[in-house]
Design a protein around this ligand. Structure first.
Ligand SMILES: O=C(O)C(=O)C[C@]1(C(=O)O)C=C[C@@H](O)C=C1
Length: 364
């Protein structure tokens, strides 16, 4: 390509950037207008709701449907995700608590869902995320709920039993783990590998094959593991890209998870009910009396109405030995007439039934 051609293309790019800039600014002014309309239409004592997950899902889906390339749908939606995040920040800067410290996959999930224009607050434990939301110190919390290799995150399920929370969104993240070392690490004398227990489990086979005699030390998070190795000469950490970048660590081995499709699902928790979008999921907790056929009774109404269950998890209930609660996710919104009917039927048989929330299916 000649210098001349390159110059001409850059002139075109500059002109296009000017247009993109003007359009983004116009969009941002529109969002400010939206905020004004929302404030003006409030009833006496009503609190304005600026963040609208159902609308955001609609915007992102529309972008993906209309996209004609060459950028991929996900790539394009990610760009719009950030534009919308900045527009929302003009209306109201969202405060989001997540399972920290900085550099965790939960932080990456929070950014994927809300974009980067939020004020994010790392918390030391899942329960603290719930408490921060319950106290009203933040608008939303982000917690991991299940991993495709290791199953349920029990701390999260148990926290739902203790706190009244509304689930207002979900996001899935492909989890890639790397073996990381600091600049002082002597790579031929690694005697300890730090990571979160779930991550150690997700890399069990790889560790058995490559570091069979090295001590595996479970710490509170992958980011905490990354932080520790920075100052030690005989240890390594298993963590993801974000933590590697944040603590300036080197990758000794990449993508060491045993299953290449290793993914984690995260939930957004808050107090805001989300209206239906037509493509939603609902999460409920049910406790049944301890009698034969109880689980069957619980599942029949879903089957009879053709409602697709996406997950069922059992946890010991807090109210008695050998009694259980079921966490169930299914497709549909609790305001859909069909779902309403099913929930009514179940509540006739159940000891207790709580709808944790209906929320748009993850778009990104
Ligand atoms: O449509 C709205 O209610 C808006 O506030 C605008 C907007 C957007 O930028 O598109 C911003 C924030 C909301 O969460 C949803 C959408």
């Amino acid at each position: 390509m000649s210098e001349q051609e390159l110059k001409a293309l850059r002139v075109r790019i500059d002109a296009l950037d000017t247009k993109v800039l003007e359009l983004i600014s116009e969009r941002a002014r529109c969002a400010q207008e939206v905020a004004r309309v929302k404030m003006a239409s409030l009833a006496e004592g009503e609190v304005p709701v600026f963040y609208r997950p159902e609308r955001e899902a609609q915007v992102l889906k529309r972008v993906m449907e209309r996209n004609q390339g060459p950028l991929g749908n996900e790539e394009m939606a990610r760009l719009f995700r950030e534009i919308m995040s900045s527009c929302l920040a003009l209306e109201q800067p969202l405060k989001v608590a997540y399972l920290g410290p900085e550099g965790t996959f939960t932080q990456a999930a929070a950014m994927k869902h809300f974009g980067h224009a939020v004020i994010s607050k790392p918390m030391a434990a899942i329960d603290e995320v719930f408490r921060e939301v319950a106290a009203g110190a933040v608008n939303f919390g982000v917690v991991p709920v299940e991993n495709s290799t290791e199953g349920a995150v029990n701390h999260t399920l148990d926290s739902f039993l203790e706190h009244d929370m509304v689930i207002c969104g979900e996001v899935e993240l492909r989890i890639h783990h790397h073996l990381l070392v600091g600049e002082n690490t002597k790579t031929d004398s690694i005697s300890r590998i730090y990571s979160h227990a779930q991550s150690l489990a997700q890399c069990r086979k790889w560790l058995d094959a490559h570091y069979p005699n090295v001590e595996r030390v479970a710490v509170s998070s992958n980011a905490e593991a990354a932080k520790r190795v920075k100052g030690e000469w005989n240890s390594a950490a298993i963590a993801g890209d974000m933590a590697a970048g944040l603590y300036g660590l080197t990758r000794l081995a990449e993508k060491i998870e045993d299953r290449p499709d290793n993914s984690t699902r995260f939930l957004m928790i808050g107090s805001q009910e989300v209206p239906p979008t037509g493509d939603d999921k609902t999460s409920i907790i049910v406790s049944m009396s301890n009698k034969p056929g109880a689980l069957h009774e619980l599942l029949v109404p879903f089957h009879d109405n053709g409602i697709d269950l996406t997950r069922i998890e059992t946890r010991p209930s807090r109210s008695g030995k050998w009694t259980y609660v079921f966490f169930i996710d299914f497709v549909g919104h609790h305001r859909d007439p069909l779902v309403k009917g099913v929930l009514e039927k179940i509540s006739q048989e159940a000891v207790a039934l709580k709808v944790l929330g209906s929320y748009p299916k993850a778009v990104l």
